[in-house]
Structures are given as structure tokens and as C-alpha cells.
Write a new protein. Structure first.
Length: 184
């Protein structure tokens, strides 16, 4: 009985020491990869950084740690062609782009703004369509959970996502980073 209690107590002590010691063992290089999901950056110039090594045509969002095409496509495509466009996109000598998941593209939204629903001073271009007198809408990688022929699209003017048939034509805004699509 005493032996079992000592072992349990030892396990508890090791667990507590490990919990409080973890930050000491995580170096700054490793800490950079740990995501702070509670991070909210209100200063747009601190949040978005135009990447010199990508010829300033890509932007990293320090809140989500995703790299966005600074100048999204102005040629509407169907959903399948939008996938192909992102897969073939090269910016600054780098590939690896894809359509963003609905929850990823909406991380760009400032809920206090409309037309566009992006933070004041954002670095993105091509988001307004002068021919349609409105803001563009962009495909997401997210398919409908009730019909695989439907996918979600993002309206940069309102910051909302809606659903459409995949043969519809919307613009393409590619992203590079974590893998957050379902690709159905």
C-alpha cells in the first residue's frame, strides 16, 4: 500500500514539474511554431507583412500564420479550375498554394468593417470589381456537408460565406501554409 502510494505520488510530482518546466525546454525556434490561437492583432501594419523574398506579391498574416496571394485572381473560374489555378500558382519562385478552407479565409475578416470586410490598411489588391460595382467573391476549398456538388464561397464585401454549385464562377484567392481543406 505504501509502495503504491509513493509511486502515484512520484508520478504526480513528475507531472507537475514537467508542466511547469516545459517553457524552459522549448527554445525560441520551437516556440515560433507554437500557435497562439488567442492572438488578436489590432495593428494592421504589424499583422500583415509583405514578403520581400516573394517579390512583395505574397503577404503573411501573423495572426493565422498563413501566406496569402497579395493580388488575388480577377478571372472567375469554376471550383475545379480554381483548385488547378492555386496548385499551379507560383509567387516569388515558390509553389505550394491551394484554395483556403472557409474558416481560413474568414480569419482575414474585421467584423467591424464592411466593403471590404478586411482590416483598415490591409495590403491586398484586386478585391474590388469596378465592372460589377462591388467586392469580389472567392471560392473556398470547403465543400457542402450535405451535397458534394456544392462549395462555400467568401464575399470580401460582407465578410460572409455562402454556398454555390461548383460549376458557378467565382474568383480565386490562394493561400500557402497549414493544410485546411477537404478537397472533395
Amino acid at each position: 500500500m505504501i509502495k503504491k502510494t509513493n509511486i502515484s505520488l512520484l508520478g504526480l510530482v513528475i507531472g507537475i514539474v514537467s508542466l511547469f518546466s516545459l517553457p524552459l525546454f522549448v527554445g525560441t525556434a520551437d516556440a515560433d511554431h507554437l500557435r497562439d490561437w488567442g492572438l488578436k492583432m489590432d495593428n494592421t501594419s504589424a499583422r500583415f507583412k509583405e514578403l520581400r523574398k516573394f517579390d512583395y506579391d505574397a503577404v503573411v498574416d501573423k495572426e493565422s500564420q498563413l501566406v496569402w496571394d497579395r493580388y488575388p485572381s480577377v478571372d472567375p473560374l469554376n471550383w475545379h479550375a480554381a483548385w488547378t489555378k492555386c496548385f499551379n500558382l507560383e509567387i516569388g519562385g515558390r509553389k505550394g498554394y491551394r484554395l483556403p478552407a472557409a474558416e481560413e479565409i474568414t480569419t482575414l475578416v474585421d467584423t467591424n468593417k464592411k466593403g471590404p470586410a478586411l482590416p483598415e490598411g490591409h495590403p491586398f489588391g484586386n478585391i474590388y470589381d469596378p465592372e460589377q460595382f462591388g467586392y469580389r467573391q472567392y471560392w473556398t476549398a470547403t465543400t457542402s456537408n450535405f451535397d458534394p456538388n456544392l462549395a462555400w464561397f467568401f464575399d470580401v464585401g460582407t465578410g460572409e460565406v455562402n454556398i454555390a454549385i461548383k460549376s458557378s464562377y467565382y474568383n480565386v484567392w490562394c493561400v500557402r501554409g497549414q493544410h485546411g481543406h477537404d478537397g472533395m
